[in-house]
Design a protein around this ligand. Sequence first.
Ligand SMILES: Cc1cc2nc3c(=O)[nH]c(=O)nc-3n(C[C@H](O)[C@H](O)[C@H](O)COP(=O)(O)O)c2cc1C
Length: 474
Amino acid sequence: MAFKDNRDFIAALEKTGDVVRIKNEVDWNLEAGGIVRRANELMAPAPFFEKIKDYPAGYRIFGAPLATHRRMAIAMGLEPDISVRDLQLEYERRIQRPIKPMIVTKAPCKENILLGDDVDLYRFPAPMIHDGDGGRYLCTWNLDVCQDPDIEWTNWGLYRRMILNQRYLTGQCDSYSDQGRIFHEKYVPQHKNLPVAVVIGADPICIMVAGSSFRIGESEVDYAGALSQAPVELVKCETSSLLVPAHAEIVIEAEIVHDVRVDEGPFGEFTGYRTPRMLEVLFDVKAITYRNDPILTMSCMGMPVDDAGLFRGIDSAVQVKRFLKQFAISFTDVSVPAEASQHLAIIGIKKNYNYSVSRLFNAICLYGRVPTTIVVDEDVDVFNMNEVIHALVTKCHPVNGILVREGERVIPLTPYLTSKEKLASTGPKLLFDCTWPLDWPKETRVPPRMSFAEAYPEEIKQKILKNWKTYGYK
Ligand SMILES: Cc1cc2nc3c(=O)[nH]c(=O)nc-3n(C[C@H](O)[C@H](O)[C@H](O)COP(=O)(O)O)c2cc1C
């Protein structure tokens, strides 16, 4: 089941109590951001702001679209209470069958078209999200479309964009992202501008896919079709041949200028901290198309959990599995907990004398995202943080069990990196081996776990389970 747009998605969230319609007038200057942040921290329903200060009726903001597993499940047409493990398995199952998009000529995103001097980015209620941000961020829940001219591949990516003035945006386009690689390797050397479409408020699955780490050459729009189990409808831009989701709320058609750099940020990031001002690229906006009564979407990243840690947790776990399979490394389970904002993978393994944790570490290092890995025996539930933390502090030997590799590919926003490491996007990776040594005899040396499941005979457990409510428990 697919939602063509956020309007249908919001209606579905309303039925399950996963959105709050806010009718009070809310200020775009920090108030909306503060509400989204608090809603994230409480894992409360998504705020939908219906009246924004200084803006006409109908101009609305939808915050934190996928900041809970419930909302992600609903976006995928699943039961809201599905377990995180099952949500991840379904995601993994669906991406095995990519679905090609459908090209249309009429589209809701063309209801209004602004060209040339009519372009005005302030027409939309871009929020000042955190105190201390460098400006108003129009795009924090968007997908950028651009093309690699050599392999005729279209990239989708979710990258933040800040308003500079009516007609110019700035934002990240760093070499570690696919858009940055295309721009810096294929356009800058030829002194050419890169055509892009910045799409705001496409359906939640399209944005989720743009923010996920599919590989170069893989078609993200086909994966969006796979995850929503229906083809995505695409329509051509007004000023370029790029194709964009037809039901998006706002499409900004622009060129990234090859030879200009401007100040961007500071900005509150998914790591939970503010990142400093940086020199970034300039987007020269050529056209804006948008729906009547447009709904701006926004994410308010910061201390976990928010959209970034949440759906990227599921995506990163699936990508880690793909790397392990590619290198024929066996595992029993993988999780990337939302609370760790993409910085930690937990991998369950069944160890034997042929198993090499060091080989597993090599494969993880190739996935440039999660810098820290915890490896546990198969009896530890990788989705249960009580069990994982218990294994970490009782099974990982501080000398023999900790592996470190330096000079690996990393996300430069990770706060503990040195300035030099951030600049080079390379740094250390860490692995905690929380598995029992194989040469410890099971009967005499490995201590049995004292849990309800493991420390009682079957008939006692059955009796307790049967009588649980009669003891007075719910
Ligand atoms: C809400 C949100 C905002 C993001 N903002 C940025 C950003 O500004 N710059 C960036 O490089 N990645 C950002 N990311 C991560 C990228 O979307 C992610 O790495 C994605 O894989 C990029 O696509 P690519 O692999 O095609 O470059 C963001 C992710 C989320 C969920």
